[in-house]
Design a protein around this ligand. Structure first.
Ligand code: SAH
Length: 375
């Protein structure tokens, strides 16, 4: 806490008096005031500090934080109609996520404190950003850690089955109730654009979801093969190929691990490869298997890459930090007998800022955008 981290764990609490989700005053064992925090009666993270000044006036405090978060996104001149308005701790609103999809908002309240304030938060969001509708995507397992149930509900106005948004030149039709995350992987938006700066020739997007990288690469590559193991994602991605009038993208329903191996056996080669798998490491216990998974796909991709080709490789596992991710790439390159040059290191888009001193807010690593030179 002294170094600026806003969390206090249950093991460090000597005594407490609070109801679930209360905004409480926090003091050291000797009674020195440390600030104000949201209390959780269930999570290992008992306290999430929100202010180190005087007692916040809840009538104005949260609304001001929301207004500041929205003003920051307005300042970014984002070339898209879908982006993140509130990114939890990074906006001084721990446990709160708000994403904008055109005229609609998706809200997630992932702590007892934010969940209890959901009706007020919705009211302020309506006032500040005038959406047509707001859906609460509170169907996340992490809510169980807070003793909260999982549900999806429209909490304001009307939300149609799908909404149409734009990301750069690409149009998406997004299902805000059932899509992965809140509908799109908004954190990859700037990386989609960056990938298109390197893309050329024959391209492979191994974990495509709705086509995030593939659709952008289509404009600069001769052809793109996009893979996803989810039939729903594949059908939706094909829909987006058509909707955006792209003739050179083929979407295949496949397990990327198998397909990469088969492409290698068939001696196929690609000039541009994107690897954006789901988080292989959801916790520390699964780290070893996750490292093996990342290594395998990166090794196979490097074998498929032409000399001078580009690999855009990502990890969204917080537990695999940047140093470990680079070490995995290094080891994959050694096994593939490839010389790899790091061209760019990227992270989540600017509407998902990383709070310095809070490593948990830096989860997405994208890059190295590598060139494979002659072995
Ligand atoms: N690149 C996308 C986001 C990808 S999310 C974007 O920028 O929008 C990860 C995707 O990988 C999900 O759509 C998931 O369905 C898919 N997936 C998970 N395991 C897979 C596997 N073994 N092979 C292929 N796809 C997989």
């Amino acid at each position: 806490m002294r170094s600026g981290h806003p969390w206090i764990y249950r093991a460090d609490i000597t005594s407490s008096e609070a109801a679930p989700g209360d905004l409480v005053s926090v003091a050291s064992e000797r009674g020195r005031p440390l600030g104000w925090a949201l209390w959780s009666s269930a999570s290992k993270i008992s306290l999430r500090l929100v202010s180190s000044d005087g007692a916040p006036d809840e009538a104005t405090f949260w609304r001001e934080r929301l207004a500041r978060a929205i003003a920051y996104r307005d300042s970014l001149a984002i070339d898209a109609t879908a982006y993140r308005l509130v990114h939890g701790e990074s906006d001084g609103l721990p446990g709160l996520i708000v994403d904008r999809y055109g005229e609609h908002l998706v809200i997630q309240t992932l702590s007892q404190g934010m969940d209890r304030r959901l009706p007020d938060l919705v009211g302020w969001l309506v006032e500040l950003s005038r959406p047509l509708g707001i859906v609460a995507r509170n169907d996340l397992k992490v809510r169980r850690l807070e003793g909260l149930d999982e549900s999806v509900a429209v909490v304001f106005g009307e939300v149609p089955e799908t909404v149409v948004v734009r990301e750069g030149p690409i149009q998406y039709e997004v299902d805000l109730r059932r899509g992965q995350k809140t509908g799109l992987f908004l954190d990859q938006r700037e990386n989609h654009e960056a990938a298109a700066r390197y893309g050329r020739g024959r391209a492979l997007d191994a974990f495509t979801y709705l086509g995030g990288f593939a659709l952008r690469l289509a404009a600069v590559c001769e052809s793109v093969i996009a893979l996803d193991s989810s039939a729903t994602a594949v059908a939706a991605a094909r829909g987006h190929v058509t909707r955006n009038g792209l003739a050179n993208v083929e979407v295949r329903e496949a397990n990327a691990f198998d397909e990469l191996r088969e492409l290698e056996i068939a001696r196929e080669r690609f000039d541009t490869i994107v690897l954006d798998p789901p988080a292989f490491a959801r916790n520390k216990a699964s780290l070893e298997r996750a490292v093996a998974g990342y290594k395998e796909i990166n090794l196979r991709a490097l074998k498929l890459l032409t000399v001078g080709g580009h690999l855009v490789t990502c990890s969204c596992s917080y537990h695999v930090d940047e140093a470990l991710f680079l070490a995995i790439i290094e080891s994959a390159a050694a096994d593939a007998r490839a010389t790899v040059a790091l061209v760019e290191k990227r992270m989540q888009a600017r509407d998902h800022p990383v709070l310095v001193g809070v490593p948990e807010t830096h989860y997405l690593k994208c890059g190295p955008q590598a060139v494979r030179t002659k072995p």
